[in-house]
Design a protein around this ligand. Structure first.
Ligand SMILES: *[C@@H]1O[C@H](CO)[C@@H](O)[C@H](O)[C@H]1NC(C)=O
Ligand SMILES: *[C@@H]1O[C@H](CO)[C@@H](O)[C@H](O)[C@H]1NC(C)=O
Ligand SMILES: *[C@@H]1O[C@H](CO)[C@@H](O)[C@H](O)[C@H]1NC(C)=O
Ligand SMILES: *[C@@H]1O[C@H](CO)[C@@H](O)[C@H](O)[C@H]1NC(C)=O
Ligand SMILES: *[C@@H]1O[C@H](CO)[C@@H](O)[C@H](O)[C@H]1NC(C)=O
Ligand SMILES: *[C@@H]1O[C@H](CO)[C@@H](O)[C@H](O)[C@H]1NC(C)=O
Length: 510
């Protein structure tokens, strides 16, 4: 700092000096042109200098030489005569005036030039100085602050480096992350693509299935409509068939009515015929030949008429002739058979009306008919015989001396007396007026059952009793443990179905 101060002091000195020198020179020139100015004003003008003194200063490598002005000659300056002619050279004594003869103009110009170059030199020096000073100043300041700056710079650099490394690290990480993200993204994109592909496939399949389903539905609806058509056709056919059936039924009914009418006519005709026969017989009686052939009231009459062969005969009963089977062998013959079974060819599950009128083949399995039986046995006192045969070849019979069958209004009740026979010690038929029952007329003595339905056939069911010869015909091997078979309890037990039966009547006094 001391160096700096010294330098500044030198600079100020130099400046002061330079200024004075320039002022001096200017004053001399002016004095040459206008005396009043130069002589009057400048007490300190150098025009009066007689000698030069040099002062040299050594500063480092550089040395500065100063030309100092002499002050003693300057006191007597400013006399009017001097100033009248040439001002400066006469009145005031200057170094330049003395060194060279006063040459007006040219010399002044030279002087001025010299001054100017000096000044230029000085200026250059000054510049140099300034530069130097500035340089040194800068160096000082730089030296002072360089450490801090270095430190700061280092710190900054360090920080910067750190930042840079951090940044680089982050960038690297970022790149990795970016790559990962890109990979993920691409993978996701691939998956998406695949998904969309499979979705497309699925959609296609779905469309296909949908179309198939719709086709199936169409088919189904077509089938349904067909089925409906068929159904309606069938319904129509059924309706037609029902109508046809009704028509046929009515036809059958008409035919049945016609048959009945025919039967009636036949009956009338036959009665007419028998009447004619009777008339003929009477006529023949009167003429002397008496064959009362066709007026038999039963098989006993037939037998008495000389027919001793079992078979089909016609008797006269209830104003009409009736075909009957006559047993002419059993126990003396003359039996009118009203029930016969031996091979199951005829169904005995019949209605009240059928049991009343009779059914079956008279020369085979049959039921003669309750009405005929009633009419026949009402004519006199009759006996009953029951012939039985089992599947083992055994035969047995039951006989009743008295047999009575009431009318239909009294439900064809059966009264029996005088039991005898080999088919059990006791009667398997109830003897005290049991009513006849069929599936459509329940006259039995069972309060809570219908024996005709349970045991089948028409019979004089008690509750339900020990016999039913009109049950179901079971063939051999199937005839055991059958409650609804052909049963005669006191012969073969309650569940044995017999092989053949026959029931017949004959007048008690035969
Ligand atoms: C100016 O300086 C140069 C050297 O630096 C010197 O040669 C020259 O004579 C000087 N001129 C004057 C007028 O002092
Ligand atoms: C430079 O910084 C360090 C710590 O960073 C410190 O210890 C040292 O004093 C500092 N120097 C200067 C000249 O500031
Ligand atoms: C993407 O990930 C797969 C499996 O994870 C790997 O095989 C593949 O090299 C990765 N690709 C890139 C570019 O990282
Ligand atoms: C025979 O039948 C007719 C009707 O076909 C009847 O008019 C006539 O009286 C009957 N004769 C006798 C004898 O029953
Ligand atoms: C048979 O005819 C006579 C008269 O022709 C009649 O009185 C009698 O009631 C008839 N018998 C039956 C069972 O129809
Ligand atoms: C049962 O007997 C009758 C008369 O003899 C006969 O016509 C019929 O064919 C026989 N039926 C059976 C199934 O044996």
């Amino acid at each position: 700092m001391k160096g700096l101060n010294l330098t500044w002091g030198l600079l100020v000195l130099l400046l002061l000096w330079t200024f004075s020198a320039v002022t001096d020179a200017a004053g001399a020139e002016r004095g040459g042109r206008s005396q009043r100015r130069g002589g009057g004003g400048g007490g300190s003008s150098g025009g009066s200098e007689k000698r030069r003194r040099f002062h040299r200063i050594q500063h480092g490598q550089c040395s500065y030489t100063f030309i100092l002005p002499e002050l003693d000659g300057c006191q007597g300056g400013g006399s009017p005569p001097q100033t009248e002619q040439y001002g400066g050279p006469r009145g005031g004594t200057s170094v330049v005036q003395r060194d060279s003869p006063p040459v007006d103009g040219e010399w002044s110009a030279q002087k001025l030039q010299h001054l100017e170059s000096t000044m230029e030199n000085n200026t250059q020096w000054l510049h140099k100085l300034e530069n130097f000073i500035q340089r040194s100043m800068r160096r000082d300041v730089a030296n002072i602050q360089s450490h801090v700056v270095h430190n700061q710079t280092a710190t900054m650099l360090e920080i910067g480096t750190n930042l840079l490394t951090h940044t680089a690290e982050q960038t690297r990480k970022l790149n990795v992350v970016e790559a990962k993200v890109l990979n993920h993204t691409s993978r996701i994109e691939i998956q998406l693509l695949e998904n969309s592909l499979s979705t497309n496939k699925l959609e296609k399949e779905l469309l296909l299935q949908t179309s198939e389903i719709s086709q199936l539905r169409d088919k189904n609806s077509r089938l349904e409509s067909k089925v409906q058509m068929l159904e309606s056709q069938q319904r129509g056919e059924l309706e037609d068939m029902r109508v046809e059936k009704n028509r046929l039924q009515s036809v059958v009914r008409n035919q049945m009515a016609a048959i009945e009418a025919l039967e009636r006519q036949l009956r009338v005709a036959s009665s007419n015929n028998s009447a004619l026969q009777r008339q003929q017989a009477q006529l023949m009686d009167t003429t002397g030949s008496p064959p009362r052939t066709q007026m038999w009231r039963d098989c006993a009459d037939v037998y008495k008429a000389g027919h001793s062969v079992s078979g089909l005969y016609h008797i006269y009963m209830g104003n009409r002739t009736e075909p009957v089977y006559c047993d002419m062998e059993t126990s003396g013959g003359g039996w009118t058979v009203f029930q016969q079974r031996f091979n199951g060819s005829v169904d005995f599950q019949r209605s009240w009306r059928e049991y009343k009128l009779g059914f079956g083949d008279v020369s085979g399995e049959h039921w003669l008919g309750n009405e005929v039986l009633h009419l026949m046995t009402s004519q006199a006192q009759y006996s009953l015989r029951v012939e039985l045969k089992d599947w083992e070849g055994n035969t047995a019979h039951s006989q009743y001396d008295r047999f009575t069958l009431t009318s239909e209004r009294q439900q064809y009740r059966l009264y029996l007396r005088g039991y005898s026979g080999t088919a059990g010690r006791q009667s398997s038929l109830t003897t005290h007026g049991t009513a006849f029952s069929t599936r459509d007329q329940d006259n039995d003595n069972c309060d809570h059952c219908k024996c005709a339905l349970m045991l089948t056939g028409g019979w004089w069911f008690d509750a339900c009793g020990f016999s039913n010869l009109n049950g179901i015909y079971y063939t051999v091997g199937h005839n055991i443990r059958k409650l609804n078979g052909i049963k005669w309890h006191h012969f073969r037990g309650p569940s044995y179905s017999l092989r053949s039966t026959s029931m017949m009547v004959r007048p008690y006094d035969f």
